[in-house]
Design a protein around this ligand. Structure first.
Ligand SMILES: [Zn+2]
Length: 347
């Protein structure tokens, strides 16, 4: 049977499980979104398109959640995490701090009265001429059509941007590199690629929320801001100096921008392989009260406050898949564990 059909069957199965079993057993769940968009988005960069949720889809998800669950701020949901859960509770978070979250999301946050936490990369907030790597790659793919030769970690690689296949390969390779490199090396690669982009594209400003927009959105009383590392790097690959810059300096910068202590942190890339015990210790000692992953799971009283699970929302999910993931997360985790144990036998 084709994997797509199997996935669909599993999705409907978890949905029914969630509807008849999960929904009756209230949980606390923290959702992790990235970006909002008002039209369908396509991208050559693998997994970038899935970071964008169409705004009408987002509103439907919020409307449905509000029909049976109580919207909570991070403060409220963390404070109450050890109390019995009598009704479903949810908390909305956004990673990366792109402007579209405020432009398209704020009317919806207001309409449904939902508190939202946005996790920022302070370097890009404070330096609008610096582009986070997904934006940099997107702009290069749209505008560059020459042969691009670049040296990374002693390897010289070339891509002929005239051809779609080469542009796709570039996007895939660079995405892998950026997820592998520590702070300094990723910065150097961004600097080189920005140099190439500037040959053909002059308006190199990022789409990240500015300090002024941060302050004015806070006045709504619905939005709060936290840290997501200075430059969105793989923290597992950072040395001590880089961790200080990415975690401690980031918290100081954000606290300065919001004129209060930043309380919460979310790990860039979110998965376990992008952090280690040392990184978690840095987050704790920098003064954050809690930090968030994208390990899928509900917020339980047994959760480690510095590795709080969140459900990362994929923009390509349909409504059934969204509902099934949210209500049947336990079933999903159970099946994933069986699948990875089973797969391990063949490695
Ligand atoms: Zn992120």
């Amino acid at each position: 049977m084709r994997p797509q059909i199997l996935k669909r069957i599993f999705s409907v199965f978890t949905y029914l499980y969630g509807l008849f079993y999960g929904k009756k057993r209230p949980k606390r769940v923290i959702l992790c979104y990235h970006r909002l968009i008002d039209r369908k988005r396509s991208s050559l960069i693998p997994h970038i398109a899935s970071n964008f949720v169409e705004v009408s889809k987002f509103e439907n998800q919020i409307k449905w959640l509000c029909s049976f669950a109580i919207p909570r701020s991070l403060d409220q949901i963390i404070r109450d995490m050890s109390l019995p859960c009598k009704k479903w509770e949810f908390c909305i978070t956004f990673d990366d701090g792109y402007r579209d979250v405020l432009e398209l999301g704020l009317p919806i946050f207001r309409k449904y009265g939902i508190p939202v936490a946005i996790f920022l990369n302070s370097h890009f907030v404070l330096n609008p001429a610096c582009l986070p790597w997904p934006e940099l790659l997107d702009k290069l793919i749209d505008n560059y059509r020459e042969r691009l030769i670049i040296e990374i970690e002693g390897q010289r690689v070339g891509y002929d941007f005239e051809y779609l296949g080469e542009r796709e390969k570039f996007a895939k390779d660079m995405r892998e590199w950026f997820r592998k490199l520590g702070s300094r090396k990723a910065k150097e690669l961004r600097r080189r690629l920005k140099g190439v982009l500037e040959e053909v594209f002059s308006d190199g400003h990022n789409d990240v929320i500015s300090p002024e927009e941060i302050l004015s959105s806070m006045k709504t009383g619905l939005i709060e801001f936290g840290g997501h590392s200075s430059t969105h790097v793989n923290l597992d690959r950072c040395d001590e100096e880089e961790l200080t810059y990415e975690i401690i300096n980031d918290r100081n910068s954000i606290s300065q921008i919001i004129s209060q202590e930043a309380k919460y942190f979310s790990y860039p890339y979110g998965k376990q392989k992008y952090r280690n015990r040392y990184v978690i210790e840095y987050v704790r000692k920098s003064g954050y009260l809690a930090s968030f992953t994208i390990d899928p799971g509900y917020l339980l009283d047994t959760c480690d406050i510095y590795e709080v699970p969140r459900l990362a929302i994929n923009g390509e999910w349909d409504f059934v898949r969204f509902k099934s993931m949210l209500l049947g997360l336990n079933m999903f985790n159970y099946v994933s564990t069986i699948r990875s144990t089973f797969a391990a036998d063949y490695l």
